[in-house]
Design a protein around this ligand. Structure first.
Ligand SMILES: C[S@@+](CC[C@H](N)C(=O)[O-])C[C@H]1O[C@@H](n2cnc3c(N)ncnc32)[C@H](O)[C@@H]1O
Length: 399
C-alpha cells in the first residue's frame, strides 16, 4: 500500500492563491426579511463589491477574498456572511458523495481538522438531514485523506459549512461570520424583549430623515437602539468588538485584519449626534448602564429612568434641529395583557401629538392600528417578524 503525499504548507498557499485570491468569490449575506433593500445599499458601499441579486431574507454579491473582512466588519444589517464553496445537483446520495469529495475543503480547513455542518433541505429527494450529513462527512474525509490531511466533524468547531439542498440543488457555503452578526460583543446586560442589534441598525437607517442630530429611545430597555445609534454616529464598525469564524481559516491574515480595523473609522465621516435612552424599568436602565460601564461603545449615550407618558419632548429636544424618536414599543405578551399595551400606545400617541411637534419617529410596534387611530401621519410601514411575532416598523414626522 502506498502512503498518500501530505499537502505541504507552500502547496496549500499556492492553492489558496490560485483558487481563492486570484478569482472573484461569490457571497450571500442574510438579513431580516423586509430589510433586503437596506442591506443591498450597505453592500454597494463596500469597495469592489457587486450585488448579484436580492432574495427573501438576503442579498447575493461578488467580491474578492478580502471582502470577507470588510463585509463582516462593516455591515450593520447583515446577520451572516456566507462564502459560496460549491453548488451542484444532488438527487441521490452517490451524487452528493461524488460532488462533495471534489470540493476543495482543504482551502478552508487547512491543517485545522475540525468542522461542523449545518444542513437544511426543502422540496428535495434527499430529505433526511442525518443521512445527508453522513454523506457529506464521508465526501470531506475522502478529499482530505487523499491530500494526507485529517478532517473531523465536531459540533463545537469554529469552521461551519452550510449545506442547503433546495429542489434537489445543493449549495455549500462557508459561514465566515460564525456567531450571528447581531451579537456585536459590546454588551453584557440584556433587558426584557431586546430587539436584535441588526434590526435596530435597519430601523436607524432612516431614509425619511437623513442624518439626525438627536436620537432618543423613550422605551429603551437595555439600550439596543441607543448603542447602535452611538456606533453609527461615532463611525465605529459594528464588528469591531467580536471574533469571526473566518479568523480560523488558513487564509486569514492577522496583519490585514488589524490594518483594516485601525483605519476603519476613516471609511465614513462621523456625524454629530446626541443619543439618549430612558425606560420606566430601573433594571433595564441598569443593564444599559452596565454595558456603558464596559467602556466599549463610543459617543456614550445617556440613560435615565422615566415614564414615556410624562416625558417633556420639547425640553428633551432642546436645540436639536432634526431629532428622531426610535422605540420598540411594548407588545403585550403572556405577562403583559395586549390590551394594556394597546392602551399605552393610545396614550403615548396622544402625548406625542401634544408635546413632540417637530420630531421624526421610527417605531417598531405590534399595534400599528392603535397608532394609526391617532392623527400622527405615518409615511412608511414595513412589516416584519421580530422574535417570531408579526410587527410593523412605522415612520413619519409629528406635526
Ligand atoms: C419591547 S421592550 C423594548 C426593548 C428594547 N428595545 C431593548 O432593546 O431592550 C419595551 C420597553 O418599554 C418599557 N416601558 C413600558 N412602559 C413604559 C412607559 N410608560 N415608559 C417608559 N418605558 C416603558 C418596558 O420597561 C420595556 O423595557
Amino acid at each position: 500500500m502506498t502512503s498518500q503525499p501530505t499537502l505541504s504548507p507552500s502547496a496549500l498557499r499556492r492553492r489558496i492563491a490560485k483558487h481563492l485570491k486570484a478569482s472573484v468569490q461569490e457571497y450571500h449575506a442574510s438579513c431580516l426579511p423586509g430589510f433586503e433593500g437596506i442591506l443591498e445599499d450597505e453592500l454597494k458601499g463596500l469597495p469592489g463589491v457587486s450585488v448579484s441579486g436580492r432574495e427573501h431574507g438576503g442579498v447575493g454579491f461578488f467580491g474578492t477574498l478580502n471582502t470577507v473582512y470588510q463585509a463582516n466588519l462593516f455591515l450593520r444589517t447583515a446577520n451572516l456572511v456566507l462564502l459560496r464553496v460549491g453548488g451542484f445537483l444532488a438527487q441521490t446520495h452517490p451524487m452528493l458523495y461524488s460532488r462533495t469529495r471534489k470540493i476543495r475543503w482543504e482551502l478552508h480547513l487547512g491543517y485545522t481538522p475540525y468542522y461542523k455542518l449545518r444542513i437544511t433541505t426543502k422540496r428535495s429527494k434527499l430529505n433526511h438531514r442525518r443521512q445527508i450529513q453522513n454523506t457529506v462527512i464521508a465526501g470531506i474525509q475522502a478529499r482530505m485523506l487523499k491530500l494526507g490531511l485529517a478532517a473531523r466533524y465536531d459540533p463545537t468547531a469554529k469552521i461551519i459549512f452550510h449545506i442547503r439542498i433546495f429542489e434537489d440543488r445543493c449549495t455549500v457555503s462557508l459561514n465566515t461570520s460564525g456567531d450571528h452578526l447581531y451579537r456585536r460583543g459590546y454588551r453584557r446586560g440584556r433587558g426584557r424583549a431586546p430587539v436584535r442589534a441588526t434590526t435596530a441598525a435597519a430601523v436607524l437607517a432612516n431614509p425619511l430623515t437623513g442624518q439626525p442630530d438627536l436620537i432618543y429611545d423613550p422605551f429603551c430597555g437595555s439600550g439596543t437602539f441607543a448603542f447602535e445609534a452611538a456606533l453609527a454616529a461615532g463611525n465605529t464598525p459594528p464588528g469591531f468588538y467580536r471574533p469571526f469564524a473566518f479568523q480560523h481559516t488558513p487564509y486569514y491574515s492577522k496583519a490585514l485584519w488589524e490594518n483594516l480595523c485601525k483605519h476603519a473609522d476613516e471609511e465614513n465621516e462621523a456625524f454629530i449626534c446626541k443619543v439618549l435612552g430612558s425606560d420606566i424599568d430601573e433594571h433595564a436602565v441598569a443593564a444599559a448602564k452596565e454595558t456603558l460601564a464596559m467602556g466599549k461603545v463610543p459617543k456614550r449615550p445617556t440613560f435615565w429612568v422615566a415614564n414615556a407618558l410624562f416625558t417633556d419632548f420639547q425640553l428633551t429636544r432642546n436645540e436639536a434641529k432634526s431629532p428622531l424618536l426610535v422605540a420598540n414599543l411594548p407588545y403585550g405578551n403572556r405577562l403583559t395583557n395586549p390590551s394594556i399595551a394597546k392602551r399605552l400606545i393610545q396614550r403615548f400617541s396622544n402625548h406625542l401629538l401634544a408635546s413632540a411637534n417637530g420630531w421624526s419617529y421610527a417605531f417598531v410596534t405590534r399595534h400599528a392600528a392603535e397608532f394609526r387611530k391617532s392623527n400622527i401621519p405615518i409615511l412608511q410601514t414595513v412589516h416584519f417578524s421580530n422574535g417570531g411575532l408579526p410587527v410593523s416598523l412605522i415612520r413619519g414626522h409629528i406635526k
